[in-house]
Design a protein around this ligand. Structure first.
Ligand SMILES: Cc1cc2nc3c(=O)[nH]c(=O)nc-3n(C[C@H](O)[C@H](O)[C@H](O)COP(=O)(O)OP(=O)(O)OC[C@H]3O[C@@H](n4cnc5c(N)ncnc54)[C@H](O)[C@@H]3O)c2cc1C
Ligand code: FES
Length: 509
């Protein structure tokens, strides 16, 4: 599905995950987990270890969401420790560090215990600044991270690289892995523990009758005592969570480099735009490795022709890694940025009883989703968890009020697209393989002309809260600039929060 679409193909998707049936009946279980990415599958796995009966459903296939599009660094938070300390205080910064360390350790121990060959590897991660203006924030980060209990060192430059990075911070004991090989292992152990999986099964509605929740899908339903919404961005909250986080797209290239020519480290620069880098090895016999370089982010639905972002990443990579060979992979994916810089995991704000949510991962979903699975498992099992307040999805983003208002203003401005004209005046103006918005009276129509010239026309009104969707030429999709829903050219949902497809309209109606 999404991960394989339109020439955008991640380095991980050569690993095929098992297929599962679609749910076509009404089921009862103890826990229903919605979403089979790293958040949902880890939660389902942990709950199955506790002896719970768990049914997991996914709208697509397991691991076909953002977990197949990640770069899978286990790295410090995108929002720096000094920013978290300034906003939330030193104790909460310490708790963030603790949760990241424990989540990484859990992935390591699960891989060992369940013998999951997912290339889990401990290594150092480096934060650097190519611009001297960034040195001050490196100094602040060093002090705050050390205070938070992170193993961190100051270095004059990153060792082993052919370019001089200038001063940098070394975070020891970080990690990387192959995300889909890890999910594959989790699937096996989850099923061995009695877990049940359905795919191609989209949750459309969540309702409650007394103490029982019902998850309605297109051709079935799951009744459960507790529900975990691990859909990357929640489909069940119409508004609350979506004002507290913003959807960005990030771009990645997988470029061939000779084996051993780049040290096995993680890199992250603090520039604007910023880049993140790691290596992966296609297989043991391979003569080369793949250098994975990501960055060039933008708000979802706010760049119709983002292909130039791949060029920018490639240019930066070739400048700094002259051994870079051909580009073997390129892909983009979605990142949910929390307004105050700290993710959301715990009880769903709209239902304080037994609905749980894991979202707002920023670029830290490997650690954040694993920590979220640990926290949600504790809540369901009735245990205390010291991260509860820190990550509470119900909190008001008081600390991130500036960012919150900025993102809110940006979202409100997108509704102004309704009063603008269309991109084209007639479908004939749209070249094959391209999409554009056409105005027809009060209506806006999203039109895609396929490579054979056939027209696909949809209502341009996003089914979440009615923003006008925008063309994404890099992914051949319709993307919503308000809260990040994405749709295929046939209107099918590629990413939430929308829970319904775009309506098909006839042009001559
Ligand atoms: C380019 C890029 C680079 C990244 N790099 C890193 C990194 O280096 N380190 C890091 O830690 N994080 C990184 N991230 C973030 C990380 O990949 C994500 O945060 C993480 O994969 C999210 O996992 P998830 O399980 O929440 O979501 P997903 O993997 O998207 O899983 C959600 C699942 O829910 C399903 N679903 C959605 N709606 C419904 C519904 N209504 N009913 C049923 N199922 C539904 C979807 O089909 C999907 O399979 C990166 C992300 C991107 C895009
Ligand atoms: S995602 Fe909210 S209006 Fe489109």
């Amino acid at each position: 599905m999404d991960s394989l679409s339109n020439g955008s193909r991640s380095v991980w998707v050569t690993t095929a995950l098992p297929q599962f049936p679609e749910l076509q009946e009404k089921l009862e279980t103890e826990i229903c987990v919605i979403g089979g990415g790293i958040a949902g599958l880890t939660t389902a796995y942990l709950l199955s270890l506790e002896g719970k009966a768990v049914v997991l459903i996914d709208a697509a296939g397991i691991g076909e969401g953002e977990t197949s599009r990640t770069t899978a660094h286990f790295f410090p938070p995108d929002d720096r420790y000094f920013e978290i300390e300034e906003a939330f205080g030193a104790e909460k910064a310490r708790l963030v560090a603790e949760s990241f360390q424990q989540a990484t350790a859990l992935v390591e121990s699960i891989s060992r215990k369940e013998q999951i060959n997912c290339e889990f590897e401990r290594l150092s991660g480096y934060l650097f600044s190519l611009n001297p203006a960034g040195y001050d924030s490196l100094d602040k980060e060093f002090e705050a991270a050390r205070k938070a209990g992170v193993e961190i060192y100051k270095k004059d430059r990153i060792p082993g690289l052919s370019f001089n990075t200038g001063p940098c911070l070394q975070f020891r004991n970080q990690a990387q892995f192959h995300p889909l090989k890890y999910l594959n292992g989790l699937i096996k152990t989850f099923q061995r523990n009695g877990g049940v999986i359905y795919t191609q099964t989209r949750a459309q509605e969540l309702s409650r009758h007394d103490k029982i929740y019902q998850v309605i899908t297109e051709s079935g339903a799951v009744s459960a005592q507790a529900v975990v919404v691990a859909t990357n961005t929640p489909f069940n909250d119409r508004l609350v969570m979506h004002t507290k986080q913003a959807a960005y797209r990030s771009y990645v290239l997988g470029i061939r480099v000779p084996k051993g020519s780049v040290p096995r480290i993680l890199l992250w620069d603090n520039g604007d735009p910023y880049y993140y880098v790691r290596l992966t090895t296609p297989d043991e016999k391979s003569e080369h490795e793949i250098l994975i370089v990501g960055g060039a982010d933008h708000k979802v639905g706010q760049d119709e022709h983002p292909e130039h972002r791949y060029d920018e990443i490639e240019k930066w990579t070739r400048q700094h890694f002259p051994m870079a060979g051909p580009v073997d992979f390129k892909w983009s994916g979605q990142i949910m940025e929390p307004a105050d810089g700290v993710g959301y995991m715990g009880r769903n704000p709209m239902d304080y009883k037994n609905v749980y949510v894991i979202t707002g991962d920023s670029g830290n979903g490997m650690t954040h989703c694993t920590a979220g699975a640990m926290l949600v498992t504790d809540l369901i099992m009735g245990r205390n968890n010291s991260w509860l307040d820190l990550y509470d999805p119900a909190r008001t983003p008081l600390h991130g009020m500036g960012e919150f208002l900025k993102e809110l203003g940006n979202t409100v401005a997108q509704y102004g697209n309704w009063v603008k004209g269309g991109d084209v005046e007639s479908p004939e103006q749209i070249p094959p393989g391209e999409g554009a918005i056409l105005r027809k009276g009060e209506q806006k129509i999203a039109i895609y002309r396929d490579r054979e010239g056939k027209i696909h026309s949809l209502s341009a009104a996003c089914t979440h809260l009615g923003c006008v969707v925008s063309w994404n030429a890099a992914e051949t999709s319709w993307d919503c600039p308000c809260h990040g829903s994405r749709f295929s050219v046939d209107g099918q949902i590629l990413h939430g929060p929308a829970a319904k497809p775009l309506e098909v309209v006839q042009l001559d109606e």
